[in-house]
Write a protein of this length. Structure first.
Length: 329
């Protein structure tokens, strides 16, 4: 099969013919139709996440159909359409797994990081972590739901129920979260790179009450803010934008260092927290909610062998919505 392969930091992905994997017990062989490109893929390729398998096939927002079943598979049938998210395997026995926090499992394995992912024509995945995809969604538009959507949803839940929600970094996750937040009758305050008029316009088109640069203060104090951009200097800025008792949620897997800041902007019971990975329950909840909103994803399609170009465009902030690799041959 054709795959785009990562071999080490600083090197572009290599287009290669590799052998098609075989499904082991409990695994599905999936023919990949679409795989969205996530900022986490950039953090892996840039060497900021330091434990990838090598060589690695990245990609953890995968939509495809089941081509073959491993021994003991009983949740799915051949031909069914499924999604494969970031969380690829958990131990089931550590204290986190037993307490409903499998996202923090001590031995978790991650799709497109410690397991091969969907930048390929086929992949294998543990059936327990795969997610059925609603018929309402095409392959390409469903793909960003699987990380941008799921992590965005987890971030939104962590932000609490407050009405005024700030979002820093208006990319793939934000464009989904904004729709869910609006459905929940919240007000969205969108923060983009300073001067990014196009990004601010995009945010307004998705219903943002206000859009401005990340160094601006919103017209009113916010109840919570979610930071999707991987820039640590946004943390003190977001703290200044939230009201007493408010929460700042860092939604990314990696962020540059957070500069020191005066205690006064944290005081009055403001909270800073982060989101790590996802649970299967997040997947069920969000994929049930998405068609009701209904969440519509804006995608820009690339061919599988254009993965390097898609990553470069994401790096420069030059994608509206989500970049998705389409696998056809
Ligand atoms: Zn565990
Ligand atoms: Zn992701």
């Amino acid at each position: 099969m054709l795959a785009m392969v990562y071999t080490g930091p600083g090197k572009p992905l290599r287009k290669a013919e590799v052998s098609t994997p075989r499904p082991g017990p409990g695994q599905l062989l999936i023919r990949v139709h679409a795989c969205a490109v996530c900022r986490t893929d950039l953090h892996i390729i840039d060497g900021e996440l330091t434990q990838p398998k090598l060589p690695l096939i990245p990609g953890h927002e995968v939509v495809g159909t089941i081509a073959e079943l491993g021994d003991g598979v009983d949740r799915f049938k051949i031909g069914a359409r499924v999604g494969v998210p970031w969380l690829g395997w958990t131990c089931g026995t550590c204290s986190y797994c037993r307490n409903g926090q499998e996202n923090l499992c001590d031995d978790a394995k991650f799709t497109g990081y410690t397991l091969d992912g969907g930048y390929a024509e086929c992949m294998v995945a543990d059936e327990r972590f795969c997610i059925p995809i609603a018929d309402a969604y095409g392959d390409a538009e469903a793909a960003p739901l699987l990380c941008a959507g799921l992590i965005g949803y987890r971030s939104l839940v962590k932000a609490g129920k407050g009405k005024r929600l700030g979002i820093y970094g208006f990319g793939a996750a934000a464009h989904i979260v904004a729709q869910v937040a609006k459905y929940q009758q919240r007000e969205i305050y969108a923060f983009t790179r300073p001067g990014d008029e196009q990004g601010q316009q995009f945010a307004r088109s998705l219903g943002a009450t206000w859009a401005g640069g990340s160094n601006d203060l919103p017209p009113q104090a916010l109840d919570a803010a979610i930071i999707f951009a991987p820039a640590g200097e946004l943390v003190p800025r977001a703290l200044k934008a939230i009201a007493k008792g408010g929460t700042v949620v860092c939604g990314g897997i990696h962020m540059s260092d957070i500069p020191s800041f005066p205690y006064s902007i944290l005081w009055e019971e403001r909270t800073i927290t982060s989101i790590a990975n996802l649970t299967r329950r997040d997947g069920e909840e969000f994929m049930t909610l998405a068609p009701k909103v209904p969440v519509r994803t804006q995608v820009e399609e690339f061919r599988l062998d254009e993965a390097n170009e898609a990553l470069a465009r994401l790096r420069s902030g030059n994608i509206q919505g989500a970049a998705v690799l389409i696998t056809t041959r």
